[in-house]
Design a binder for this molecule. Structure first.
Ligand SMILES: Cc1cc2nc3c(=O)[nH]c(=O)nc-3n(C[C@H](O)[C@H](O)[C@H](O)COP(=O)(O)OP(=O)(O)OC[C@H]3O[C@@H](n4cnc5c(N)ncnc54)[C@H](O)[C@@H]3O)c2cc1C
Length: 367
C-alpha cells in the first residue's frame, strides 16, 4: 500500500472538513478516529449562520442537517432575562448527525476513514497508534479536539489555572414542555462560575451543555447529576427545563477545557486544527466555526505550499484568533461572575445591536 499524502488524526468537524477539502483536491488522505462509532460528542449543538454557510461549501446543506431553526438568543441571569434576535438563522443539530454527515462527505470525496485507531504520538512525520503501528505521511493534521494529545500541552488562560473549567452534557428528551419553553432560541443560563447552554436539536430533544469551574462540581461531591439538580433548584427557569430530564442517562463530562488557549507554533508538515489550534470560550465563541475555518485555511495553505506551509498557516490562524478570543474571554468572565452577569443580560436586552455585534466579532475569519 502506498503511503498517504496526509494523515488526519481525529474525524470531528475539523478533521473531517480538512479531509473533504484535501481529498477533493485529489490527494490521498487517511482519516483516523479512535471511536468505532460516531456518537454525540460534548458539545457543539448550536451552529451559527456563518458555520452553516461553511458547511454548505462542504456539500452539507441545511436540509440534510435537518436541525431545529434557531432565531433568538435568550439570556438568563438571576431574575434578569433578555431575548435578542440573531443576525441570521442558526440551527440546533446533534453532533452525531453533523459528524456522520461530515465523515460520509469525506469518504465520498475519496478519503479513507479508519475507525477504532487511537493515535498515541506524532514523531518525525509519523503517527504512532495504540496497537503499535507507525503510519507515515508527508503531512499530518492534528485534529483530536478537546482531548489532550501527548506532546502537545495546552495551557488554559491564566484566570482558570487555579480552578479549571470542565464541560458537562445531558440530552433532554423531546417533550412538549421543552418545545414550548425553549422554542426556536438558544438559551444561556448564567450562574456563579459557569453557564448552561440549551438548544433543541433535529429530533426535538434538548442538548444541554455546561461549562463550570471545577470548584462548583466539588461542591456537589463531584457528582455531575447532583450539580445539575442543585442548579435546577437554585435557578427556577433552568429547573423548569430539567423537569423532564431522564436521570437514568449518564451526564457526559470532560475535564480541563483549556478555554482561551491558542497556539502559533507548529513545524513543517504539521497542521494543528480546531480545538488543537485554539479553544475559544463557548459562552460567546463558536468552536465549531473555528474548527471549520481552521480546516479551510489549512487546506488552502497545503494546496499552496504543501507541508512547508504549516508554520505560516499556524501563525496566521493564531493571529486571526486574537480579537475573537479576547472578546470571548471577556464575555465568559462577565457571564460567570454574578456581580456582572445581570448587567450583561440587561445590556443585551437594552441594546440588541450589542449582542449582535458580539456574535459577529467572536467569529473567526481565517483567510
Ligand atoms: C461545554 C461546551 C459547550 C460547547 N458548545 C458549543 C456550541 O454550542 N457550538 C459550537 O460551535 N461549539 C461549542 N463548543 C466547542 C466545540 O465542541 C469544539 O470547539 C469542537 O467540537 C471542536 O471540534 P474539533 O473537530 O476540533 O474536535 P472534536 O469535536 O473534539 O473532535 C475530535 C475527534 O478526534 C477524535 N480523537 C480524539 N483523540 C484521538 C486520538 N488520540 N486518536 C484518534 N482520534 C482521536 C475524537 O474521537 C473526535 O472524533 C462547546 C464546548 C464545550 C466544552
Amino acid at each position: 500500500m502506498t503511503a498517504p499524502d496526509a494523515i488526519i488524526v481525529g474525524a470531528g468537524p475539523a478533521g473531517s472538513a480538512a479531509a473533504i477539502g484535501l481529498a477533493r483536491g485529489g490527494d490521498n488522505i487517511l482519516l483516523l478516529d479512535r471511536a468505532r462509532e460516531t456518537g454525540d460528542a460534548l458539545c457543539g449543538g448550536f451552529l451559527s449562520w456563518q458555520t452553516l454557510a461553511r458547511l454548505e461549501m462542504l456539500g452539507i446543506d441545511r436540509a440534510s442537517l435537518g436541525g431545529q431553526s434557531v432565531r433568538f438568543v435568550r439570556l438568563f441571569a438571576g431574575e434578569r432575562r433578555s431575548e435578542t434576535m440573531l443576525p441570521g438563522e442558526a440551527m440546533g443539530v446533534s453532533r452525531r448527525r453533523l459528524d456522520s454527515l461530515l465523515q460520509a462527505a469525506a469518504v465520498a470525496a475519496g478519503a479513507d476513514l479508519e475507525r477504532g485507531v487511537h493515535a498515541t504520538a506524532i514523531d518525525e512525520g509519523a503517527v504512532q497508534t495504540r496497537d503499535g503501528a507507525t503510519l507515515a505521511a508527508r503531512s499530518i493534521f492534528l485534529a483530536t479536539g478537546k482531548h489532550g494529545f501527548r506532546g502537545f500541552p495546552r495551557e488554559p488562560a491564566g484566570w482558570q489555572r487555579g480552578d479549571p473549567v470542565i464541560g458537562l452534557r445531558l440530552r433532554l428528551p423531546a417533550h412538549p414542555a421543552l418545545a414550548r419553553l425553549v422554542g426556536n432560541a438558544v438559551e444561556l443560563h448564567l450562574f456563579d462560575r459557569g453557564y448552561a447552554g440549551l438548544v433543541r436539536q433535529e429530533d426535538g430533544s434538548g442538548n444541554l451543555c455546561l461549562a463550570v469551574h471545577k470548584s462548583r462540581l466539588d461542591e456537589a461531591n463531584s457528582d455531575p447529576a447532583a450539580l445539575l439538580l442543585s442548579l435546577g433548584n437554585a435557578l427556577p427557569r433552568l429547573g423548569e427545563r430539567l423537569a423532564h430530564a431522564d436521570w437514568s442517562r449518564a451526564v457526559d463530562a470532560i475535564g480541563h477545557v483549556p478555554y482561551g488557549w491558542r497556539t502559533a507554533e507548529s513545524a513543517p508538515g504539521l497542521f494543528r486544527l480546531g480545538d488543537q489550534a485554539g479553544v475559544i470560550p463557548s459562552l460567546a465563541g463558536e468552536g465549531m466555526g473555528l474548527a471549520l475555518a481552521s480546516a479551510d485555511a489549512a487546506v488552502a495553505a497545503w494546496r499552496h505550499g504543501g507541508g512547508d506551509a504549516a508554520p505560516v498557516f499556524q501563525r496566521s490562524l493564531a493571529a486571526a484568533m486574537t480579537r475573537p478570543f479576547a472578546l470571548a474571554n471577556l464575555v465568559w468572565r462577565l457571564g460567570e461572575n454574578p456581580r456582572t452577569a445581570g448587567g450583561m443580560t440587561r445590556a443585551a436586552s437594552l441594546f440588541p445591536s450589542l449582542a449582535r455585534m458580539v456574535s459577529h466579532a467572536t467569529r473567526i475569519d481565517s483567510r
